[in-house]
Design a protein around this ligand. Structure first.
Ligand code: NAP
Ligand code: GLV
Length: 310
């Protein structure tokens, strides 16, 4: 039986080929192959699989995303029924996202954009940002990544809130949930961090209505998916001053197109979808552990709910 790696990226295919061959020594590893031999494929490891490709694998037992997000899998309208979809839960991914969130929250909390502007004008001036317990940070999504980021931020003493789909007790701050909890959550988020999965419920959630519910001068950090953000609404909110600044790691269209307004916008910090990166050796190890669990009849870790799409 075979393991098939599917990605449109030649770069990812070459980076993963070695990691997979090392991790699955002795197994039949195929990179973007087919349709000959499709009947041998037991496991698919994927990033943005070509639509309909997974449905052509008659003996597929599981689909593994090489990222934490699985929106790229659900984007396939021909996704085969009944095959478990497994997302990546990996220590490196979690650590890097925590670093990214902490770095950017601190950047905005300490008003470093303002200092950069002062320095550019050769002006020596002290600003007086709110002290850490007075700075309200709101985290959308308290899953693997949001929880880790929140724990790290709580160690600095920020005033935290989180917004989730289901209600929960949360010792680190105020917990809000569901559509009814969104407005009060936003109203107390000076720095908003989006770590939601992209689903039909969360697409476009960072829109004009959300921006106007935030305190005036709030900052938006989107490290989740470009599909969460309505780009034109952000530009309007930055223009009006309702939103002071944004840090964006993810975009509706990636790579961000040359000439896109975000590249050079003075109030937007752009990073090229690097908040956390998948390292093939570590990720292949996690996938191998899950395959071993499946073969032993044990539950896999990170199986997503098909109805919720995360
Ligand atoms: P996760 O463990 O599945 O957690 C998802 C969280 O979002 C949960 O707390 C969930 O609420 C909440 N949520 C889902 N739908 C919601 C809704 N409709 N309303 C309110 N809350 C909702 O996900 P994760 O591993 O933390 O990853 C989050 C996302 O980060 C991924 O899906 C991916 O898109 C993105 N990501 C980006 C990068 C990057 O480099 N930029 C890297 C990795 C991941 P409940 O707790 O109530 O279920
Ligand atoms: C990256 O975006 C991921 O989903 O892991």
């Amino acid at each position: 039986m075979a393991i098939l790696f599917l990605t449109p990226s030649a770069n990812a295919a070459s980076r993963w080929a070695d990691g997979l061959k090392k991790q699955f020594a002795g197994e039949d590893i195929r990179i973007n192959s087919g349709p000959e031999g499709d009947g041998d494929v037991e496991f698919a490891i994927v990033w943005k699989p070509p639509p309909g490709r997974l449905a052509a694998l008659p003996n597929l037992k599981a689909i593994f995303s090489i990222g934490a997000g699985v929106d790229h899998v659900f984007a396939d309208p021909g996704l085969p029924e009944g095959v478990p979809i497994v997302r990546l839960i990996d220590e490196t991914l979690t650590t890097q996202m925590t670093e990214y969130v902490v770095m950017n929250v601190l950047w905005h909390h300490r008003e470093m954009d303002d200092y950069a502007a002062l320095v550019a004008a050769e002006t020596w001036r002290h600003l007086h940002p709110p002290r850490t317990p007075e700075r309200r940070v709101g985290i959308m999504g308290l899953g693997v990544l949001g929880s880790a980021a929140a724990e790290a931020l709580s160690r600095f003493g920020f005033s935290l809130a989180a917004w989730t789909r289901r209600p929960r007790a949360w010792p680190l701050g105020e917990a809000f949930s569901g559509p009814d909890g969104l407005q009060p959550f936003l109203a107390r988020s000076d720095i908003l961090v989006c770590l939601l999965p992209l689903t039909p419920e969360t697409a476009g959630i960072l829109d004009a209505a959300a921006f106007s519910a935030l305190p005036q001068g709030a900052v938006v950090i989107n490290a989740a998916r470009g599909g969460h953000l309505v780009e034109a609404d952000l530009l309007d909110a930055l223009e009006s001053g309702q939103i002071k600044a944004a840090t964006l790691d993810v975009f509706e269209q990636e790579p961000l197109a040359p000439g896109h307004r975000f590249w050079s916008h003075p109030k937007i910090r752009v990073t090229p979808h690097i908040a956390s990166l998948t390292y093939p050796d570590a990720a292949a190890r996690e996938i191998a552990r899950n395959i071993a669990r499946l073969r032993a009849g044990a539950p896999m870790i990170g199986v997503v709910d098909r109805d919720r799409e995360y």
